[in-house]
Design a protein around this ligand. Structure first.
Ligand SMILES: Cc1ncc(COP(=O)(O)O)c(C=O)c1O
Length: 333
């Protein structure tokens, strides 16, 4: 397999934790969590692994400014901004979504990194975010800068390699045997890397992806493209078309909106295991896990590994929804 250069940005390996109380509650023989929310890099999350490979390209290519895009609460944008600053580079973000008055969650952190932001009000469509990113890139080039345009979510063949490496890491923590690995899907890079990594290092694993925005057809097509690109970078000869893709698209709402089931899953995980999930990604994935177990689509007798992909800052933009059940009694002197 080819060696691919990377720039260390994440705290690795992340722990593989047992979740015994939640396992019992759900009726699973064994439930573990791969704690990629603990990768570090300004709040943690899956993007740190992708960015290690992407920033190696950026640094070796001599780029002086990174331009990327995402929704108002993009974890990818926040972590790209942090990585750029850590490596002494300038950063520009094209973000979009509902209008806002106060900076909260990830967009607050983006501004702390001094990222210049262009915000598309009430519009987070990927193609328009990408168009604006390209426009900004051209402006920067005309000014004599060397911009690196980083696609939404960091989901390129190179970025997905972060999850091939994650599965190598996991195979040391969980020596091969039947296992069900569940992860969220946004731009598909984490899912594609996990599938490819399992085919190499955990061949008995069943990988289950949960969409937070795309349809099954969209995911399958994009994941196949990424699998092919990442395999080519690694010089893997096998036909990636043959690798099975299992994903579900019935657990999401409009992107960025919390579902009732997602909220219940967040509370369950917090109260049973002291672990925080987020409303946009991991809460929905946990809600899907609960439902797939109830429907016997996930086998209760085979261990389950939940990949916690991060997203912590998003909680702090849902204070109204999540704070409504607070059991706080104020005592005045
Ligand atoms: C917390 C979190 N989980 C999961 C995902 C999905 O990862 P990917 O975009 O690689 O599919 C993202 C991506 O934005 C994320 O921020």
């Amino acid at each position: 397999m080819n060696y691919i250069p990377y720039t260390p940005l994440a705290n690795l390996p992340t722990p593989l934790d047992e979740l015994p109380r939640l396992a019992k509650k759900l009726g699973l023989s064994k439930l573990m969590m791969k704690r990629d929310d603990l990768t570090g890099l300004a709040g943690g999350g899956n993007k740190a692994r992708k960015l290690e490979y992407i920033f190696a390209e950026i640094v070796s290519g001599g780029y002086d400014v990174v331009v990327t895009a995402g929704g108002i609460q993009s974890n990818h944008a926040r972590m790209t901004a942090a990585a750029a600053r850590k490596l002494g580079l300038d950063v520009k973000l094209v973000l979009g979504g509902p209008d806002f008055t106060d900076l909260q969650g990830n967009i607050l952190l983006d501004s702390l990194f001094g990222a210049e932001i262009r915000y598309l009000v009430d519009d987070d469509a990927n193609d328009r975010l990408t168009d604006e990113m390209k426009r900004w890139g051209s402006e920067l080039t005309a000014q004599g800068r060397k911009p690196y345009l980083l696609p939404i979510g960091g989901s390129t063949g190179t970025g997905a390699l972060g999850y091939v490496k994650a599965m190598k890491e996991l195979s040391v923590q969980f020596p091969d045997g039947p296992v069900q690995i569940i992860t969220g899907i946004g731009s598909c890079g984490t899912f594609a890397g996990t599938i490819l990594g399992c085919s190499l290092y955990l061949p008995q694993a069943r990988v289950i992806g949960i969409s937070v925005s795309r349809t099954i057809e969209g995911i399958t097509q994009r994941t196949k493209e990424l699998l092919k690109k990442s395999a080519a970078l690694l010089n893997i000869q096998s036909n990636t078309e043959q690798i099975p893709i299992e994903c579900y698209d019935r657990y999401h709402s409009e992107y960025g909106v919390m579902t009732n089931e997602g909220e219940q899953a967040i509370r369950l995980c917090a109260e049973f295991e002291g672990i925080l999930l987020d409303p946009v990604y991991t809460g929905k994935v946990m809600a899907a896990l609960i439902d797939l177990v109830e429907k016997n689509i996930i086998d209760r007798n085979i261990p389950v590994i939940f990949i916690h992909t991060g997203g912590l800052p998003i909680i702090f933009s849902f204070e109204k929804e999540l704070g409504s059940s607070s059991r706080c009694t104020k005592i005045y002197k």
